[in-house]
Design a protein around this ligand. Structure first.
Ligand code: OOG
Ligand code: NI
Length: 458
């Protein structure tokens, strides 16, 4: 076997995310404006913060600053989900985390397909938030059966893409030409189809059950519903959307503005109304569908379970207080989050976040004798010999995701479901267990500590 001819999965992922970006920019021209806006905001931010610029240059981040960080798709059946898992594995994406969105009135559960190793995340962190529709949440039995029957009939994978996936699985990789062919075929799965597969009546019935159900069931495939570039200053990006009359969602999801960003903050422009042709036998009926949008994200420190519990508790408090007090949600959030420390030393010492430890220049220069005296990390940091770098959060937030879904479904569509999370059922549909995100961060931190210990002994 000629392994040396295989394209690294990281490279296949980069070809894929580039192809997706090009396709989506053509399908949704406003998305190109969003990319431009983010590039402008990032350039401005770098100009104002030379230190940040130096840091991003150092880490090599600067070259891929304006590349997309994630996309999102919505699937209809277990077979689609397990098939997508195999397609994404070809580009080095693994399922991480379980998100139950039903608690927030969205009838799906989800995982994030993303790179898991430090090297792959550094090469290209592109990931796909992947939801699976929970048809059991449709109350009307006849409608539920109809939706299931429609989904059963569609096949979202071409014969060729499945052949290439199999080739990858049996041979352990793809040649460059096969990788290109695979990327073209895989991108095609997520293409927009302006012709619905159902009549307008069926569409309307599903829409009434939940807008999201219509979005998943009535089309030939799981169209990509948004892509998301990364900004260095999401508050500036939000303002700039309004300046440029891009229809921004009302508020930024996630934590408030901080000196040291934590987790994930997101905003988006609202989904566009697009013309759709419905299949009503002999005549064609033209209608509209609203699903596709553009999003912006800013990522910060990954939190430990303890830090995450504090975050969840504070967020809940800010949201509960929403209706009562006179303050705006943003003000409440800001106020409540004063309880979350905003200096890295305190965050680290209280065990709220994950860090990657390494020797500083001074630490590398010091003789073994000088530093051998202690293996106390805090003391080594205080002495300037060791640096603790925040590990970036690579996952999603269920409450934020629900907010993103919601603002793109229309305000009139708040539903609530009396159901619980169904992780086991999701994993059965997926055909695999999802990785535990905390375990991944913990392992990354641990690896850096082990390497540090080795270096300290030298
Ligand atoms: C996915 C929404 C979740 C995010 O960034 O939190 C998401 C969807 O609308 O399908 O992408
Ligand atoms: Ni998103």
């Amino acid at each position: 076997m000629e392994h040396h001819h295989f394209v690294p999965t990281d490279e296949i992922r980069t070809r894929f995310s580039t192809a997706m970006s090009n396709m989506y920019g053509q399908e949704v021209p406003l998305y190109r404006n969003l990319l431009e806006l983010v590039a402008d905001v990032n350039a401005q931010t770098l100009q104002e913060h030379p230190q940040l610029q130096a840091q991003l240059k150092d880490s090599g981040e600067i070259q891929r600053l304006n590349l997309e960080r994630h996309g999102a798709i919505r699937l209809g059946t277990a077979a689609e989900l397990s098939g997508i898992r195999r397609v994404f594995a070809v580009m080095g994406l693994q399922p991480v985390g379980y998100y139950d969105l039903s608690v927030a009135g969205v009838p799906v559960h989800a995982t994030a397909f993303r790179p898991v190793s430090d090297a792959s995340l550094a090469a290209n962190p592109f990931r796909v938030f992947t939801s699976l529709l929970r048809l059991e949440l449709i109350d009307d039995e006849a409608l539920r059966a109809k939706a299931a029957a429609i989904l059963e009939k569609r096949s979202i994978f071409s014969a060729r893409v499945l052949e290439l996936v199999e080739k990858f699985e049996t041979e352990g990789g793809l040649s460059s030409a096969h990788a290109d062919e695979f990327v073209a075929q895989a991108t095609d799965i997520f293409r927009w189809h302006s012709e619905a597969t159902v009549s307008i009546d069926t569409y309307n019935a599903l829409l009434a059950a939940h807008r999201l159900i219509a979005d998943v069931v009535c089309f030939k495939g799981p169209h990509i519903n948004h892509l998301t570039p990364r900004t260095l200053d999401i508050d500036a990006a939000q303002k700039e959307m309004l300046n440029r009359t891009i229809p921004a969602k009302e508020s930024i999801e996630g934590p408030p503005t901080r000196r040291h960003p934590i987790l994930l903050r997101q905003t988006s422009f609202k989904a566009l109304e697009e013309s759709v042709t419905f299949d009503s036998g002999s005549e064609k009926v033209v209608g509209a569908h609203t699903a596709r949008f553009g999003e912006i994200e800013q990522r910060g420190l990954a939190l430990t379970p303890k830090g995450r519990a504090l975050y969840d508790q504070l967020l809940l408090r800010a949201r509960e207080a929403r209706a009562s007090a006179g303050a705006t949600y943003a003000e409440r959030l800001e106020q409540v989050f004063t309880e979350f420390p905003d200096d890295l030393g305190t965050i680290r010492k209280r065990g709220l976040g994950y860090f990657r430890y390494s020797l500083t220049q001074q630490g590398r220069d010091a003789t073994a004798r000088q530093i051998a005296g202690t293996d106390d990390i805090d003391a080594l940091i205080d002495a300037g010999l060791v640096h603790a770098e925040p590990i970036i959060y690579e996952d999603f937030l269920p409450v934020s995701a629900a907010g993103i879904f919601q603002s793109n479904l229309g305000d009139d569509d708040q539903k609530s479901y009396q159901v619980s999370a169904a992780k086991a059922a999701f994993e059965e549909a997926l055909g695999a267990k999802v990785n535990d995100e905390f375990a991944l961060y913990e392992a990354a931190q641990q690896r850096s500590l082990e390497q540090l210990t080795l270096q300290l002994k030298q």
